[in-house]
Write a protein that binds this ligand. Structure first.
Ligand code: GTP
Ligand code: MG
Length: 197
C-alpha cells in the first residue's frame, strides 16, 4: 500500500454515519493529545491530512481516510480523557467506541497510540480489554519517543512489552516519533499486514 496516497473520505459524528462496513480498516485510538492524528500524518507523509493541535480534544469526530487500494481505510478516532467534555459526552463516547469496536466487520486492527511518557492509562487498559473481548489485534505505538533519551525509550519499550506479555492479540509494540519520523516503516508494515490479509 502506498500510504502517501491517503485522502480524506468523511467525518462521522457517530458510528451510524460511518462508511459502509465493507473492505478493511485500521483505527488509531488513544488518549487526547497522545499523537494519533500526527502519527497518521507521519505514516501518510502528509502533514495536512489529519488535523493536529497542541490543545487536547482536537479530533471530535471519527475521521476516515481512503488509501490507494480500494476498500482500505485508516480511521482517526477522537481521543479519550479530554477533561473539558462533560460526563454525559464521555459516557456516550464510550458507548460509541465499544459499539464501533464490536460491530465493525471491516475493522482489522487497532493502533493504540500512547505518549511514551504517560503509557498505560486507565483508558489504555480499557482499550486493551475491549480489543481482547472483540478479538481485535492491537499494535502499540509509543509516540513522542523523541522526548526521551534513546536509552530511556528502549527501557520503556522493554517495560511495556513485559507488562503486556499476557495480552492476547498484541501484535507489536514500536517506538515512534512524528517529529523525527522514526518507527514509520514498522508501523506501515503492521498496517500492510492487517489491511492486505
Ligand atoms: P486529539 O485529537 O486531541 O485526541 O489528539 P491527538 O492524539 O490526535 O494528538 P495530535 O496528533 O493532535 O498531537 C498533539 C500534540 O503533540 C501536537 O502539538 C503535536 O505536534 C505533538 N506531537 C505529536 N506527535 C509527536 C511526536 O512524535 N513528537 C513530538 N515532540 N511531538 C508530537
Ligand atoms: Mg487527533
Amino acid at each position: 500500500i502506498s500510504y502517501n496516497s491517503a485522502r480524506f473520505l468523511l467525518s462521522a459524528p457517530t458510528i451510524m454515519q460511518c462508511p459502509t462496513d465493507s473492505g478493511s480498516e485500521v483505527a488509531f485510538a488513544g488518549r487526547s493529545n497522545a499523537g494519533k492524528s500526527s502519527a497518521i500524518n507521519t505514516i501518510t507523509n502528509n502533514s495536512k491530512l489529519a488535523r493536529t493541535s497542541k490543545t487536547p480534544g482536537r479530533t471530535q469526530l471519527i475521521n476516515f481516510f481512503t488509501l490507494n487500494v480500494p476498500g482500505c481505510r485508516l480511521v482517526d478516532l477522537p481521543g479519550y480523557g479530554y477533561a473539558k467534555v462533560s460526563k454525559e459526552v464521555k459516557t456516550e463516547w464510550q458507548e460509541h467506541m465499544d459499539e464501533y469496536l464490536h460491530a465493525r466487520q471491516s475493522l482489522k486492527g487497532l493502533v493504540l497510540v500512547m505518549d511514551i511518557r504517560k503509557p498505560l492509562s486507565d483508558f489504555d487498559t480499557m482499550m486493551l480489554e475491549w480489543a481482547e473481548a472483540s478479538k481485535l489485534p492491537i499494535s502499540i505505538l509509543l509516540t513522542k519517543a523523541d522526548k526521551l533519551r534513546p536509552g530511556a525509550a528502549k527501557n520503556m519499550l522493554a517495560k511495556i512489552k513485559s507488562d503486556l506479555k499476557d495480552v492476547e492479540y498484541l501484535a507489536s509494540v514500536v517506538l515512534f516519533s512524528s517529529l523525527k519520523k522514526s518507527g514509520v516503516e514498522n508501523a506501515r508494515t503492521q498496517l500492510d499486514n492487517w489491511l492486505m490479509e
